[in-house]
Write a protein that binds this ligand. Structure first.
Ligand SMILES: [Zn+2]
Length: 350
């Protein structure tokens, strides 16, 4: 049976979009992420399996068995298959193979290893302007992760290179599928770690990543009269409130461990202990496992606090301590700031 977990990625420039049966995932475009992401209705495609093995770092090869063709990329010991459904597309399967490879690399850059043993990605040609709707789920019966992404027929290679969507969906596979009112945690994690993973493989600059956080994290703050994140209904609040949780946890872990470890080590530990999308863990089990893995108590108390209560901070002032300073339309990074070493550790450059 397939778990009831899925998210989609859409552009906030389509406010008329109304999800029906699934919980939508939103992330706003920013200076570093200008790809158009218009919403599309979810289409669940049939999965066709045909194995063609290629190297993770090399050019994926393609099966030629007609529309049932499926390609496979390996990421360490993990297999990532992808299938392109029938329909017009400006990009080739080879282009999509690069998109898959780079997303898998970004996930591996953050988690150290690809978190689940097998994943099947369905690309569905659509009339989107660019990359559209994406979902991520886990099929318990078949025992693999399933990601579906709509690809607009005019999507270009450049669109694929700047797209965050597939990386976001694959990041979800590293964390348990949690119930609806705890989704702020899993969406927050995917929202926070996706650009960091892409930064670490060179797809984004640190300025783009921190500029995006400076612009968007305030959208996750509670408005007047709002409660904790578990009662949040607004997509911005859920995704960016969850991302703020991740940043606060990351910085606190690094402060308490003399910058020796960070959120990535906690999340790696959760996945290593079995708390991936393949598990039946709940959110509490996961955060407790993360704290246990590090030997300090950060994730669990902050999860309870931000879930139950409205937590507000001065985001620009907080980021300034990390050395993130607004500079015109972008940000400048100041290595003399008091917590600059922590920012560089998050960047992967410390
Ligand atoms: Zn998501």
């Amino acid at each position: 049976m397939r778990k009831l977990f899925s998210c989609n990625s859409k552009n906030n420039r389509n406010p008329g979009y109304k999800p029906t049966v699934i919980f939508p995932c939103i992330k706003h475009s920013s200076a570093g992420m200008k790809t158009s992401r218009l919403a599309q209705n979810l289409q669940t495609g049939m999965l066709f399996l045909a194995l063609v093995v290629s190297q993770f770092a090399g050019q994926p090869t393609e099966s030629s068995s007609g529309k049932e063709s499926q390609q496979m990329i390996t990421a360490g010991d993990s297999q990532i298959f992808f299938n392109v459904e029938d329909g017009p597309l400006a990009v080739s399967k080879a282009d999509l193979a690069v998109y898959v490879r780079d997303a898998a690399k970004a996930v591996t850059a953050y988690y150290g290893t690809f978190p689940i043993h097998k994943t099947v990605i369905n690309f569905v040609p659509s009339d989107d302007d660019g990359i559209g709707f994406g979902t991520s789920t886990y099929d318990d019966d078949e025992d693999y992760g399933v990601v579906t992404i709509n690809i607009g027929e005019n999507t270009t290679r450049r669109n694929l290179r700047s797209s965050w969507t597939l990386t976001h969906e694959l990041m979800h596979l590293a964390f348990p599928v949690v119930s609806h009112h705890k989704r702020w945690l899993s969406e927050g994690i995917a929202t926070y770690v996706e650009p960091i993973g892409r930064m670490r493989i060179g797809s984004l600059s640190p300025e783009e990543v921190w500029g995006d956080l400076l612009t968007n994290l305030p959208k996750g703050l509670p408005r007047q009269g709002e409660g904790g994140l578990r009662s949040a209904r607004n997509f911005d609040r859920i995704y960016w409130g969850g991302a703020l949780y991740c940043l606060l946890a990351d910085v606190e872990i690094r402060q308490r461990t003399n910058n020796r470890v960070g959120l990535e080590d906690a999340l790696r530990s959760i996945a290593k202990q079995g708390g991936t999308a393949a598990s039946n863990w709940d959110a509490e089990e996961a955060v407790q496992a993360g704290d246990k893995g590090l030997g300090i108590s950060v994730l669990q108390p902050l999860y309870t606090k931000m879930g139950e209560q409205p937590v507000s901070i001065d985001v620009p002032a907080y980021l300034r301590k990390l050395g993130v300073v607004k500079s015109g339309e972008t940000v400048a990074l100041d290595d003399r700031a008091p917590l600059a070493a922590i920012r560089r550790a998050i960047d992967g450059t410390e």
